[in-house]
Structure formats: structure tokens, C-alpha cells
Design a protein around this ligand. Structure first.
Ligand SMILES: *Cc1c(COP(=O)(O)O)cnc(C)c1O
Length: 358
């Protein structure tokens, strides 16, 4: 590929491989689709959409509705077909990217494809926040960049209080860094960072319709930030970028947010149940989570992944990142799906126990 930029030569593909299984717990999707009455209304609205026309340049009416929903100034809202698109745009703009290890793998991937210098600071052995090391980077005023901080954290499920995040954001702001607080899972956590972000000039909150809202298929994410930062991010994005059906689906969901609280409550309850039951597993260790997934450390991620898959349960291997040796990640599904996962997990333990004895 001589015609392509040199930095793309050693580029890894985005780390995701597709598998089929009756029970799909590998992508942190909601197990619940849009409620049937909303789905019917969506179909009705789609029927009358003029698909021959372009959507609005910056999805202005959708932006207005998100701004109202979030209580955030319109000028500070940026939307795209998935928060992934927005996060990659920020990596493109950044002089350098500061990341955690492990973290949401999209941040590093975005830095790599855009040719942006990347540095990762390891979490502690129990995924503690490396505050001192982070401060050293964030105090660098000579060459500030963009710091990606998922909270609750993916893929560990850990949550840091707004006060802890604020302390880092204050350091970042002083030296000109932009801090992205990625709140893809905030609905499942005890608190969010919005109130603090309002007081800060260099923070971006990233949110998505892909997880709690149960709308991963429509592809929609957004930033809440300052008008100045929002304007800079918009410059990097293609015009007319939110497909009309996507905007219509999101507007409909936001107009009927009642289902969201119900779904979140069910998933939180199930998450705690699966966590407690899995704690009794003889060879796996489950980590506490404030998201819709659980990180599990096993003696051998490949064996756990394949064993579960053979029993019809698809999870995600996470052992490609330093600090996640042996780890798999399992999405919290419906009670029936979670039972199938738990059953498979304990059967695997019995089978390997029997093997050791025999
Ligand atoms: C799932 C997820 C997203 C969502 O990305 P979309 O492109 O909006 O689907 C963003 N950040 C993290 C940490 C996630 O886990």
C-alpha cells in the first residue's frame, strides 16, 4: 500500500471478531429492544419521512432535543452516528493522546489510525486510578493533548466519584489539556460528571444511545461540552452526518424516556445477582461493576471463551490488554440469558475439576 500514509502500515484492525451464538453477551448491548408501542410509532414515522432529502447539516433539531433533555446549552452539543465517530475526531485533532491501560480500546485505535502520539498509564493491580502518574502527564503545559477517561470505566466496570474525576479535570484544565469523560454507562452508575463539567472549560462528556437506551442499531452518540470546543469538533466531522431515521428514533426515545429507568433498574438488579452468584465460582474471579457488564478473570481466557461458546453463550475476550490476563467480559442480559451464562460457567468448572481428578 505505497499510496497510503506510512503510519497505517502496521495498523491493527479494530479488535473485534464476530461469532454466532444463541445467547449474545459480547457487546454490552441492552437485551431489551425499544418497547413495542414505540417501535410501532417509529415505523409509522419512518413511513412519512422524505428519504430523498438530505438530513439537516448538524442535525439541528435533534441537537435541540438532546440539549433540552440534558439541560445543556445547544451550542455545546455535538452529535454523530455513534460516539465512536466523535471520539476518533478528537484523537485526530489532538497533539497527543493520554490513555489508561487497560481501557476502552477505541481510544488507542483512534490515536493509531490518526497518527497521533499515544501514551497509556497502567491502572493498579486492582484497577486503582494511577493519580500521581496521570498528574505528571496532565501537568505538562508544553505539549498538552486529549485525555480519554471512561467513567464508569470500560472494560473493568469500576467507577470513580465526581470528586476524584474533578481533581484530575482541574489539573488538566490548568495546563491546557482536554479531558474526555466518556459516560457510555452513566445510567448504571451512582453519579455522573455533568454538574462539574458545566463549571469547567476543557471537559467533554461523551454519551451514547447504544447501551442503556437499547438503540445500538441506530448509531447515535453525542458530546456535551463548551460552545468553543463543540465548534472545533464540528469542523472535523462530515456534514449531514446523522441519518434521518437515526434522528427520528432518538427523538422518539427521548420523548418517551419512561422505559429507560425500568430497563436500567432491571439490569442493575441482574448485574448484582450475577455478581453475587459468580463470586461462588471456584476458579473465576468477578469484579464489582457499575455498568451493564461484568469483568471476570479466569485461569485461561481462551478456554473460558471457547467453553462458554460451546454451551451457546458468547462473551468477549479481554486478555489482549496488559493487566487483563485471563479476562473475559460478559454483558448483563435478561434473567434467562444470565441463568444460561451462570449455568455454563459452573458446568465448565465442574468439567475441568473432573478432568484434573481423572
Ligand atoms: C459502548 C461504548 C461507547 C459507545 O460507542 P457508540 O459508538 O456510541 O456505540 C463509547 N464508549 C465506551 C467506553 C463504550 O463502552
Amino acid at each position: 500500500m505505497k499510496a497510503f500514509k506510512r503510519h497505517l502500515a502496521e495498523l491493527p484492525a479494530y479488535p473485534y471478531s464476530h461469532h454466532r451464538a444463541p445467547i449474545k453477551l459480547d457487546q454490552n448491548e441492552s437485551p431489551y429492544d425499544l418497547p413495542p408501542e414505540l417501535k410501532a410509532e417509529l415505523a409509522e414515522r419512518l413511513r412519512s419521512l422524505p428519504l430523498n432529502r438530505y438530513p439537516e447539516m448538524d442535525a439541528e433539531s435533534l441537537v435541540r432535543q438532546i440539549a433540552a433533555f440534558e439541560g445543556w446549552p445547544e451550542e455545546g452539543v455535538v452529535v454523530a452516528a455513534g460516539s465512536n465517530v466523535l471520539l476518533t475526531a478528537l484523537a485526530l485533532a489532538a497533539r497527543r493522546v493520554l490513555d489508561l491501560v487497560p481501557s476502552f480500546s477505541l481510544y488507542k485505535w483512534s490515536a493509531k489510525i490518526t497518527g497521533t502520539p499515544w501514551e497509556g498509564v497502567p491502572l493498579g493491580p486492582e484497577f486503582e486510578l494511577p493519580t500521581t502518574a496521570l498528574r505528571v502527564h496532565l501537568e505538562d503545559e508544553e505539549e498538552p493533548g486529549v485525555f480519554f477517561f471512561p467513567n464508569p470505566h470500560a472494560p473493568t466496570g469500576r467507577f470513580w466519584t465526581p470528586e476524584v474525576v474533578r481533581a484530575l479535570a482541574d489539573v488538566a484544565e490548568k495546563s491546557g489539556w482536554v479531558m474526555v469523560v466518556d459516560e457510555a454507562y452513566y445510567q448504571f452508575a451512582p453519579a455522573d460528571f455533568k454538574r462539574h463539567a458545566k463549571e469547567l472549560g476543557q471537559v467533554v462528556i461523551s454519551r451514547t444511545f447504544s447501551k442503556a437506551w437499547g438503540l445500538a442499531g441506530i448509531r447515535l452518540g453525542y458530546f456535551l461540552t463548551t460552545p468553543e470546543l463543540a465548534a472545533e469538533v464540528r469542523k472535523l466531522l462530515p456534514p449531514f452526518r446523522v441519518p434521518t431515521p437515526t434522528a427520528v428514533a432518538a427523538e422518539l426515545a427521548m420523548a418517551h424516556p419512561g422505559y429507560l429507568a425500568e430497563v436500567v433498574e432491571k439490569i442493575r438488579r441482574e448485574r448484582e445477582r450475577v455478581y453475587l452468584e459468580l463470586k461462588a465460582h471456584p476458579s473465576w474471579r468477578v469484579y464489582q461493576s457499575h455498568t451493564n457488564f461484568l469483568l471476570v478473570r479466569t485461569p485461561d481466557a481462551e478456554a473460558a471463551f471457547n467453553g462458554l461458546l460451546q454451551k451457546g453463550v458468547l462473551v468477549r475476550r479481554m486478555d489482549d490488554q496488559p493487566g487483563l490476563e485471563g479476562c473475559i467480559r460478559v454483558t448483563v442480559g435478561t434473567p434467562v440469558e444470565n441463568d444460561a451464562f451462570l449455568k455454563a460457567a459452573f458446568e465448565l468448572a465442574e468439567e475441568s475439576g473432573a478432568q484434573r481428578q481423572g
